[in-house]
Write a protein that binds this ligand. Structure first.
Ligand SMILES: [Zn+2]
Length: 116
């Protein structure tokens, strides 16, 4: 376990999860990233092109939020597993600076640089 305040990190990750769930809900999506159908994109008489563009943009936001949500949930799971802060590629501890900067990191900076 890295020398970071894991309780504080877990709390902020859970806050982040709540925030993302809230944003997904506001966009008319459930936590799986599926539209709940409550969002009104305009009826058949509205400008179909604009409605489609708006829908595409909204889906883009939903995908972004869903991706972040998955990362946050994976980080929370790793905290519970005791593997949080350990690089999934080399098994070394991820640098403290990196974990503070990017709490959902799964790889140390060396492995991340190599794999990308
Ligand atoms: Zn590594």
């Amino acid at each position: 376990m890295p020398p970071i305040d894991i309780t504080k990190t877990a709390a902020s990750l859970k806050e982040e999860r709540e925030r993302l769930l809230h944003q997904l809900a506001e966009l008319g999506s459930d936590e799986q990233g599926d539209l709940t159908g409550e969002l009104d994109f305009g009826d058949a008489f509205a400008d179909a092109g604009a409605a489609t563009a708006e829908r595409t943009e909204t889906m883009g936001f939903i995908v972004n939020f869903k991706t972040k949500l998955d990362e946050v949930e994976a980080a929370i799971t790793r905290i519970q597993d005791g593997t949080y802060g350990v690089c999934c590629a080399c098994g070394e501890l991820i640098g403290l600076d990196r974990m503070e900067h990017l709490p959902t990191s799964t790889m140390c900076i060396d492995c991340k640089t190599k794999s990308c």
